[in-house]
Design a protein around this ligand. Structure first.
Ligand SMILES: Cc1ncc(COP(=O)(O)O)c(C=O)c1O
Length: 408
């Protein structure tokens, strides 16, 4: 392994104490959690916010007529405002969903797509940002370089009179590379087309300002950004949301229902049929508040630094093939996926070995990006992904474990 800098500053090391999961042990050894791209541990403030709802605030929202229901509704709507402010959106543009997947399905359904309509997207997209388009319309994919980076600059050439929307991950869950979304937004603007940004991997690694990005839709998942599972957000420009057909019908999304007709609520409530994930929304607001207290610029810098350390270390290990290795290091977050030549071991078994022998938790497999792996001729990859609490020392632990495995 290459020598890493002997002393590195760890500006966010104090956050480790906030995450009870990091005290978890396997066979008496503390875990090294490097799987936040899959789902992230939760800080105590998020656990407390969710617990408080169960303990002190259990009441339905937007339905009840008693004092506790008023309080629950106020907390739920305050969560919406907190998340709107985090993204620089207005609260009416924030729809609570189950996750990023549901946000994308909501838009794909709401656009009323026809089989001949075209959706332009990079070929490496997560299944969540591919299949909802594919089952309704024709995906037009942007090709990949030999190491898996999309030819983002080909976007203009991919547009046609049938294009209905452009969709792309802000940060791919397999390359860890930040996409040039501004370029895609500009291409879309020149044709009056909407753009959807999948921010599932970026929302807690870099600052996001939807007004500055000028995107039409953006989705994220709470569980990947230190928040609870089962809660996500769809941001949509108000006029774009108003154009969408409703996705689900039921209680809460109608203002009037008579024998002859029904009238839907204004956005965003018309997209929140049924009792929402109240504790999830409040927990997600606590996660956002926590991230903001650290400062998103500092969070981004830490993520970039860990990504740089990881990729430089991986490059020095024999038999490692990093996905999108040609991307500039400054364009990466703290995430990298790679194939590893280890006799008799699949990428999944390397991941399992890292856990069983070294107590390092990572992902192994296709990471819901089958097409990317097929094109790279990889039978899966190992993915190491970081978050605010990870340290350079932990990166060294996984690098030396991989070096040992590669020497077997
Ligand atoms: C880039 C990206 N998009 C979408 C998703 C889907 O997220 P969820 O399963 O929370 O809906 C993921 C999950 O890994 C992802 O990494």
């Amino acid at each position: 392994m290459t020598a890493t800098a002997p002393t590195r500053t760890e500006p966010l090391i104090h956050t480790r104490a906030d995450f009870p999961l990091l005290g978890h042990e396997i066979d008496g050894h503390p875990i090294v959690y490097l799987d936040s791209a899959s789902t992230s541990p939760k800080p105590q403030c998020v656990i407390d916010a969710v617990t408080r709802v169960y303990r002190d605030l259990t009441a339905n929202v937007h339905r009840g007529v008693h004092a506790l229901a008023d309080e629950a509704t106020a907390a739920y709507e305050s969560a919406r405002r907190e998340i709107a402010s985090f993204l620089n959106a207005s609260p009416a543009e924030i729809v609570f969903t189950r996750n990023a997947t549901e946000g994308i399905n909501l838009v794909a359904h709401g656009l009323g797509l026809k089989p001949d309509d075209e959706i332009v997207l990079p070929a490496l997209e997560h299944h969540a940002n591919f299949l909802p388009w594919r089952i309704r319309a024709r995906p037009v994919t942007i090709g990949l370089t030999e190491d898996g980076l999309p030819h983002y600059g080909d976007v203009e050439a991919a547009l046609s009179s049938r294009t209905r929307l452009l969709a792309l991950a802000h940060v791919s869950n397999t390359t860890g590379v930040v996409a040039p979304v501004e370029r895609w937004v500009a291409a879309a603007r020149s044709r009056g087309l909407p753009v959807l940004i999948d921010a599932a991997q970026s929302s807690s690694h870099l600052p996001i300002d939807v007004r500055a990005l000028d995107c039409d839709f953006l989705v994220l998942s709470g569980h990947k950004m230190l928040g609870p599972s089962g809660i996500g957000v769809l941001y949509g420009k108000r006029e774009r949301l108003e154009e969408l057909d409703v996705y689900q019908t039921g209680g809460g999304m109608v203002r009037y229902h008579g024998d002859d007709r029904f009238e839907v609520q204004d956005v965003p409530l018309r997209f929140e049929a049924g009792t929402p994930n109240i504790e999830g929304a409040i927990g997600l607001a606590a996660a956002v508040d926590y991230l903001r207290s650290l400062g998103m610029e500092a969070v981004h810098e830490h993520s970039q630094e860990l990504g740089r350390h990881l990729v430089e270390g991986l490059r020095a290990i024999r038999g490692v093939r990093i996905v999108a290795d040609s991307a500039p290091l400054e364009d990466r977050i703290g995430l990298a996926a790679f194939g590893l030549e280890a006799p008799g071991l699949s990428e999944e078994s390397v991941a399992r070995l890292l856990c069983d022998r070294y107590h390092v938790l990572v992902s192994g497999g296709y990471h819901c990006a089958h097409i990317l792996h097929h094109r790279l001729n990889l039978q899966g990859s190992v993915r190491v992904s970081t978050h605010v609490f990870n340290t350079h020392e932990e990166i060294d632990v996984v690098l030396s474990a991989l070096e040992e495995i590669a020497r077997w």
